[in-house]
Design a binder for this molecule. Structure first.
Ligand SMILES: [Zn+2]
Length: 48
């Protein structure tokens, strides 16, 4: 299955994704740990 990295827009293979997390009950996949960190950082800013 493929998913889109919301940070950089890259298409990632969910089986080989470098990082993933569940946000609001939705599984999100990232191409790298750096993208997950950036996503979580931005999320924290948007919802204090
Ligand atoms: Zn990425």
């Amino acid at each position: 299955m493929q998913a889109r990295d919301p940070v950089c827009g890259m298409t990632v293979d969910t089986a080989k994704a470098a990082a993933h997390g569940t946000y609001d009950g939705q599984e999100v996949y990232f191409c790298s740990l750096g993208c997950r960190t950036a996503f979580e950082k931005e999320r924290a800013l948007r919802r204090p």
